[in-house]
Design a protein around this ligand. Structure first.
Ligand SMILES: Nc1ncnc2c1ncn2[C@@H]1O[C@H](COP(=O)(O)OP(=O)(O)OP(=O)(O)O)[C@@H](O)[C@H]1O
Ligand SMILES: [Mg+2]
Length: 232
């Protein structure tokens, strides 16, 4: 459903992606792994149009992606950045309402009630300001907000970063629920166990290009790949 073909991109003069190709398939979870600085976040930002594509192509459901963040979101790709980017001065309710209003799409399923069923904790925090939330609550809010956009593909950059083990487990269970529900996901994650237990397919990036791809089972069994490209 999402295809990157020989993608090049970077920051001004600094080229980071050097001909990266990958495919995320409908109804499956693809995890991008790789060491620090390999270009994982750069890949996601390029898909979303936050960084310019300097060469190559990106196609989502048969259409080239626009290269403009708002239109990309409208086309059905929701992105939860590493920084989560919730509005700190707005309440949880306001954060959710903005997403629900901007992206309401008739009949596509995610409503305020439904995201609060998924994350009851947010229901208890509706009147709290974004800045008063714990890291775990912020991550739940960021995911809830992304779901309210009713995406066909959910992209997450390091969803467990900085979170306590019990919250990591909760986020894992919720994403597993979404996967069972049939939502397609693309995840960047440093936590190898988290990524490989959730994902069906894995792609490893090294220095801006794909250096390995295969199934989650395969990489779990492959110590050499883990050692060489991930330092696990
Ligand atoms: N805003 C920026 N300006 C210039 N260079 C950047 C910028 N952000 C990242 N880079 C560089 O681009 C390269 C890839 O960074 P990127 O953030 O994509 O890595 P990553 O794989 O997500 O790593 P991490 O695991 O640390 O999040 C790195 O060499 C990094 O220093
Ligand atoms: Mg990153």
């Amino acid at each position: 459903m999402l295809e990157l073909n020989a993608v090049e991109s970077g920051y001004g003069e600094t080229q980071v992606l050097h001909g990266l190709s990958l495919t995320a398939q409908q109804g499956r979870v693809l995890a991008i792994l790789g060491r620090n600085g390999a270009g994982k976040s750069t890949t996601l930002k390029t898909i979303m149009g936050l960084l310019p594509l300097t060469s190559g192509g990106i196609v989502f459901d048969g259409q080239p992606v626009s290269g403009r963040p708002f239109e990309t979101a409208r086309s059905g790709i929701a992105y939860v950045p590493e920084t989560r980017d919730i509005f700190p001065s707005l309440t949880v309710r306001e954060n959710l309402e903005i997403a629900a209003r901007r992206f309401s799409r008739a009949g596509s399923g995610w409503t305020m009630e439904r995201v609060l069923e998924l994350f009851p904790r947010l229901g208890e925090r509706m009147g709290n300001g974004g800045a008063q939330l714990s890291g775990g609550e912020q991550q739940m809010l960021a995911i809830a907000r992304a779901l309210l956009m009713n995406p066909r593909l959910l992209i997450l950059d390091e969803p467990t970063e900085g979170l306590a083990p019990i919250i990591v487990k909760l986020i894992h269970d919720k994403l597993q629920e979404l996967k069972t529900d049939g939502l397609s996901m693309l995840i960047v994650e440093q936590n190898f166990g988290f990524a490989t237990s959730l994902a069906d397919d894995i792609i490893v990036i090294g220095k801006g290009e794909a250096v390995w791809s295969g199934s989650a089972e395969d990489i779990r069994a492959d110590d050499d790949v883990q050692h060489k490209w991930l330092g696990v």
